[in-house]
Write a protein that binds this ligand. Structure first.
Ligand code: FEO
Length: 398
């Protein structure tokens, strides 16, 4: 119970950190772990905001009992049914059988499907209110942020917003429950971006819609289900979400992604990158066979200009590049400038095939013609690669 903190008067943080998890959602590496947050609101009646993943179930129940201090648990608000927040629900209703479950109709159906739960339930929708006494809970619909049943909870008396998965991040908490902008920018921002684009990046329109609703609220504290709580500088983080959800690049820079078997395609990518960097623009290179695809996705969304360089393999795109491009498309990737480099020893095909995937995305703009390397960079292809790098740099600076 050492991490049960009263973060505002009558508001308790009940979450826990998992630093042993390797893959979040069995997909995303989290070398710095992840936190699962839950909160208890006291205001006459006591309301729990979500539960937690099984990994931190024991500490959560200890924290909850400590925060309740012998008082009854009147309500549990189920904002989001994904099991990283609902896995301990069945244990909760067993321990607190008189609790009223407050949730959306869609979440109630999921409670039945996951747990066979058909107990005391109060169905709510956007605009409904639940008075606790000195505080009132109100609800804001947030469909597809990140599942369809999601609700945010807002306390108008204190300006406290419980934002479900929104404004969360990978990375366990480092002692403090509260975000500090400088520390967050240095230690969490890359993980926050990677979390956003991999988990909810596909649903930018829905995120924009809920951000518009939140813009009308007076907010003093933002309590997400992962990562730190925001009590200052939230406008800075909100601006990141506005940029990300609008599919706008965060930085005018070049990300060069390459798939190379014996190093010749890498060499071509390095030549393009060097030519662009020599013109004074910021460039980063990624070997798509080495860097985790969650990082590739996040970096593609961060940058304004992208280069895709792939060898031809089995008469197609090299498999790791093909996976990456398909992942971009699956996440609704759009609105970027790009260039294509291909390699092939007898029948180069990768360029046309990459172009076909990239041009099927929304608002994509190709820079220059595709550059072709035949086996290894020669005098002619070297000139073409340098020219392409310079052309990209000019476009970045335009
Ligand atoms: Fe953190 Fe969509 O669950």
């Amino acid at each position: 119970m050492q991490n049960c903190q009263e973060i505002a008067k009558g508001l308790y943080y009940l979450g826990g950190n998992d630093r042993r998890i390797a893959l979040f959602e069995s997909a995303y590496p989290v070398p710095r772990g992840v936190s699962y947050n839950a909160y208890l609101v006291k205001g006459g009646k006591n309301a729990l905001i979500d539960t937690v993943d099984n990994a931190v179930g024991d500490v959560f129940f200890e924290n909850l009992a400590f925060a309740l201090a012998g008082e009854p648990l009147d309500y549990v608000i189920v904002q989001h049914m994904e099991p990283d927040h609902s896995a301990t629900f069945a244990r909760l209703v067993e321990k607190y059988p008189s609790v009223t479950v407050v949730t959306s109709q869609k979440a109630a159906a999921m409670l039945k499907n996951y747990f066979g739960f058909a107990g005391k339930t109060l169905l709510i929708k956007e605009g409904d209110t639940l008075p606790l006494g000195s505080r009132t809970l109100t609800f804001v619909g947030a469909p597809m942020v990140h599942w369809p049943e999601v609700l945010f909870t807002y306390i108008p008396e204190d300006g406290i917003l419980f934002s479900a998965d929104a404004f969360g991040t990978f990375g366990a908490l480092e002692g403090s429950v509260f975000a500090q902008k400088d520390v967050f920018e240095r230690e969490f921002l890359d993980d926050a971006r990677r979390y956003y684009f991999n988990i909810v990046g596909k649903y930018g329109v829905q995120v924009q819609s809920v951000l518009k609703k939140a813009a009308g609220l007076n907010i003093s504290l933002v309590c997400p289900l992962h990562g730190p709580v925001w009590r200052e500088d939230f406008a800075w983080y909100l601006q990141k979400y506005l940029t990300w959800s609008a599919y706008q690049p965060e930085e005018k820079c070049v990300a060069v992604f390459y798939a190379s078997v014996y190093g010749h395609t890498q060499n071509a990518a390095e030549i393009v990158a060097s030519a662009a960097a020599a013109e004074g623009v910021r460039v980063k290179l990624f070997d798509v066979s080495v860097t985790d695809k969650s990082i590739l996705l996040s970096e593609a969304f961060r940058c304004s200009h992208l280069v895709f360089a792939s060898t031809t393999y089995n008469n197609g795109i090299f498999v790791n590049m093909e996976d990456f491009l398909n992942d971009l498309k699956a996440h609704n990737f759009q609105s970027r400038a790009y260039a294509v480099v291909e390699n092939g020893s007898w029948a180069p095909q990768a360029g046309a095939l990459m172009e076909s995937v990239l041009s099927s995305m929304k608002n994509m703009r190709r820079i220059g013609e595709k550059a072709t390397v035949l086996s290894a960079v020669g005098e002619q292809s070297r000139e073409a690669l340098i020219a392409l790098g310079r052309q990209i740099a000019e476009d970045v600076k335009a």
